[in-house]
Design a protein around this ligand. Sequence first.
Ligand code: HEC
Length: 133
Amino acid sequence: MRDVRLPRLLVGGLLWAGVSVASAEAPAVSFRADVVPILNAHCVACHLTGQEQGGVALHARAAPANLVGVASEQSPLLRVQPGEPGRSYLFHKLNDTHLDVGGEGGPMPMGRSLDPEQIAVIARWIEQGAHTD
Ligand code: HEC
């Protein structure tokens, strides 16, 4: 009996390992768990009420309504076009490609830049539909 069960366990284990490797390549991004901490640490100090330059409030409760499907002030793009980082002005401001898409001003966060991994998290969030629940 044992020699029948053992291979099954092995196969199951390998399948499971395969699934985790696949999901590690494109993990689902959570707005609250992954995006909000980046905004809090690097953006909210300057984008608190939306009355500041740029006109965009980025604290957790305001960010969805200030980003998703909302026209940017500086370019013809929406700040976040769900599913399309390349058509989202937010992504271009982080990536320093905003001038190429008709934008203006400096890259964000002003005076610094995010780690490539943090930019990738935001790009994936947009790509996965920019859900904010
Ligand atoms: C030190 C202050 C400061 C920090 C930190 C900062 N910003 Fe800004 N942001 C500005 C100013 C000032 C402008 C307007 C001038 C410009 O774009 O250079 C602006 C403009 C923007 C715009 C353009 C809005 C539009 O509709 O055109 C976006 C988007 C933006 N910021 C996002 C962010 C994000 C996301 C972060 C964090 C990763 C961030 N900013 C961090 C000061 C800041």
